[in-house]
Design a protein around this ligand. Structure first.
Ligand code: AMP
Ligand code: ZN
Length: 117
């Protein structure tokens, strides 16, 4: 897979061709506010290199996954989510996945139900 996909919304955000509100930027990840937040904090953490979704993740992605989780923890710290937060990867139509560039949802600032809707 190429580092960037020309028709991918999140690749365009990474290249500055589409707007976003930055929360955290690292060498290999970028975190920005979800445009349609489902909680007081709703941030998406993405790899700078295009990966389609969590089902496309293999052993070779171990490093970038660890960096995504590290960024998610930094986002939670920055956002003051000391009471807890939820991390979500959606995969496929049944999950509601809409953007085919791997993204980790960081949701917090309210209580969440379980099971999820
Ligand atoms: P998913 O349903 O897991 O594919 O999540 C995709 C998320 O991207 C949704 O929560 C959308 O609200 C969010 N989203 C879509 N377009 C943008 C955008 N331009 N900037 C920020 N978030 C976006
Ligand atoms: Zn992409």
């Amino acid at each position: 897979m190429a580092d960037s996909q020309p028709d991918c919304l999140f690749c365009r955000i990474l290249e500055g061709d589409a707007p976003s509100t930055e929360v955290l930027s690292t060498d290999n990840t970028y975190a920005f506010r979800d445009i349609n937040p489902m909680a007081p904090t709703h941030v998406l953490v993405i790899p700078r290199r295009h990966v389609t979704d969590a089902a496309a993740v293999g052993a070779e992605h171990g490093g970038i996954l660890a960096e995504m989780f590290d960024s998610a923890r930094q986002v939670a710290d920055q956002e003051g989510l000391a009471g807890g937060y939820r991390l979500v990867f959606n995969v496929g139509d049944d999950s509601g996945n809409t953007v085919p560039h791997l993204h980790l949802h960081v949701l917090g600032g309210r209580r969440f139900g379980w099971p999820p809707g």
